[in-house]
Write a new protein. Sequence first.
Length: 201
Amino acid sequence: MRTVTCSCNASFSAELPDSIDLDASPEYLEHLSAGSFMSVACPTCGRKLKPEFLLNVVWPSKSAALIAVPELDRPNLAETVGEEKDASVVVGYPELAERIAVLDAGLDPTAIEILKYYLLLKAAEADPNAEASAWFFAYENDAIVFHLHGLRPGEVAISKIPRSLYERTLGESKSRPDEEPFRSIRSGNYISVRNLFKTED
């Protein structure tokens, strides 16, 4: 049970897990994809809430272990995660959903984050004032599909990266891990394009 506090100031207990196994409970995959993961309704005002708590996720069939850290704990990521060495870290449930989608597609998270970095560099060249973000959406028809937000108000840009570029990026990340941008894409167990834009956060 977790204690949830609504914006109406009501506090209540909800049956929200502190760990999940995606092989044992595959229904969570659908909840993550649909954006309904860990959603609860306030019993006082009826508002739908999506509280974030520290969550351990294992996916044995994908040889994956993740720690989902609440977005509010991002500034203190190292303290929150501690000395954990066996699990990858994601921040916030949107990042968790994205990472699960990447793993489900059989893709490498580091290569995906590097591709996002390249897309954001191009977005910054086109409009230095745009506050863009890039998210993996799908792997289809031998292409990696990304959604880019923030380029134009209310619009989502779609970018399709060929599998060949993904494979080249993956190969470079493995052969030159100590060179940029491959070195800085990782901060401890947190692999994210945001590590390359820390000064802008």
